[in-house]
Design a protein around this ligand. Structure first.
Ligand code: SAH
Length: 468
């Protein structure tokens, strides 16, 4: 077989990145945009010795789990990978992904995992769940100013102001910005020639507060006829903050260093409710957070409530415990924990996030928490030198995709907390780190996935470890 050959195959499995897997002539092929059970015609785009990649050309017979994607651009957009799969099957895929990775990378027994792995927590409504969207602005092939998304791995912008994962407010805001740009001849940034003004529009929406923030990222110092744009945007119900962010660098990083509020507040607030972990029903108790354009805040607030409530449940707090919350961001989990603990220490490397975390503690009238700026591994190391009491009953970690630093894991093992709660956005690094913790005297008690990112292949996992 070689490149450009056409093959017909049945999709039998799914890869971790969401691509369908089928066999032809004993050879394995990865075919994006297919689901298990599809019978398809595909064209080979890359042929290796024992496997290959093929492009979907035609669905000869659709799988019973195939659904019509809600978004017209589900295939060309890099945002969603599995929108054409029934949502229940997406959850099954993620449940299996967690299990398989823990076996393959973590070296855990499958029979053991069946005892500790709880059913994944899905969404009630897997669309319009994101509270944050960042739309690139540019020109399409016809030269018109558009906002949308980058096609595949390129930086060509396809117009789409109505992402199915985002809130309906996004479309209204983007259309307001685009029509203002056209009316006042405001240019869009062109990456190739590094000129033009408007680069991105960042929108945040508080699901609980209904507050909206718009931040226009520009390659310049100010927007022409700024007051007109302000007039039009502030009309929208819920509009609380309009800002410009200056980014004059030729880089993929969306936000530049300087943000200036041009109308309203510098930030918006939102709240996360506690949930009952039996049925994940919403409870009255809530924690309020102040969010600025740069803050890290989970993108799916309804599922985040479930995730944090689960983490709190796993932490098993009675009010007497000293708790460490490592990689604490703006203190989201820390403040959830603080109401049930004696004292919480939050550690985070971004100083602005720590400033937000301290504000958030005040906003909620929570006093039994200390926020420290620094790397989780180093702040903990410092304690070792005797600068601070090195003691924790429970340690909660919520690291970025690359997982915990080795030094951080070693320190956790030295501190010997009763329980460790590991919140992870990447099962592979989670599995690697769990192996280290288990070899160091802990055992996995419970594992549970929470689907924070419907229609994508990503999954969040919460794990409870106990000291053996
Ligand atoms: N728990 C928070 C944030 C989780 S995201 C929440 O749920 O909102 C992970 C956070 O870890 C980010 O805020 C990132 O800035 C921070 N981080 C990354 N590397 C770190 C390190 N070595 N030490 C401490 N924090 C780190």
């Amino acid at each position: 077989m070689q490149k450009n050959d056409l093959i017909e195959l049945i999709i039998e499995d799914i890869a971790d990145d969401g691509a369908g897997i089928g066999k032809y002539n004993g050879m394995i092929y990865f075919v994006k945009d297919t689901v298990v059970g599809d019978f398809v015609l595909a064209k080979i785009i890359k042929q290796k010795k024992t496997y290959g990649y093929a492009r979907l050309m035609e669905i000869k017979e659709a799988s019973p789990i195939r659904v019509e994607p809600r978004c017209l651009y589900a295939r060309s957009c890099g945002g969603c990978q599995i929108q054409e799969m029934e949502y229940q099957k997406q959850l099954e895929f993620k449940q299996n992904k967690i299990k398989n990775v823990l076996v393959r990378i973590g070296g855990f027994e499958e029979t053991f995992l069946e005892c500790v792995l709880e059913p994944i927590v899905g969404m009630e409504e897997p669309f319009a769940y994101r509270n944050k969207a960042q739309f690139p602005v540019g020109r399409n092939a016809a030269g018109e100013i558009v906002a949308g998304f980058y096609a595949g791995r390129t930086h060509n912008i396809i117009a789409n102001t109505d992402c199915a994962l985002g809130v309906p407010e996004n479309k209204i805001i983007l259309e307001t910005v685009l029509s203002y740009m056209k009316e006042f001849g405001v240019s869009a940034y062109d990456e190739k020639i590094k000129s033009g003004l408007v680069r991105h529009v960042l929108i945040r929406y508080g699901f609980d507060s209904k507050e909206i923030m718009v931040c226009v990222v520009i390659n310049g110092n100010r927007l022409p006829a700024e007051t007109v744009l302000i007039e039009r945007l502030r009309e929208m119900e819920g509009m609380k903050s309009i800002a410009v962010n200056v980014n004059r660098k030729n880089t993929n990083v969306i936000l530049g260093d300087c943000t200036r509020t041009i109308w309203g507040e510098d930030s918006i607030v939102d709240a996360l409710h506690l949930r009952n972990t039996e049925d994940f029903c919403r409870l009255e108790e809530k924690t309020v957070y102040r969010i600025s354009p740069r803050s890290f805040y989970q993108v799916n607030p309804l599922q985040t409530e479930k995730l944090y409530s689960l983490a709190l449940d796993y932490a098993g707090l009675t009010g007497k415990e000293i708790v460490w919350d490592l990689y604490c961001g703006i203190g989201t989990i820390s403040l959830f924990l603080a109401r049930r603990a004696k004292w919480v220490y939050g550690v985070e490397v971004v100083p602005e996030a720590i400033a937000d975390a301290k504000e958030n503690a005040k906003l909620n009238g929570i006093g039994n928490v200390t926020f420290l700026t620094g790397k989780a591994e180093e702040v903990l190391q410092k304690d070792e030198a005797g600068e601070m009491m090195l003691m924790a009953d429970v340690i909660v970690v919520d690291p970025p995709r690359k997982g915990c630093d080795k030094k951080c894991l070693e320190t956790m093992l030295r501190v010997q907390p009763e329980r460790i709660v590991y919140v992870s956005c990447d099962p592979a690094t989670l599995a690697r780190d769990l192996r280290v913790l288990c070899d160091g005297g802990y055992e996995v008690k419970k594992v549970r996935g929470v689907d924070q990112f419907g229609h994508t292949v990503h999954v969040e996992t919460c794990v409870l470890l106990g000291r053996k």
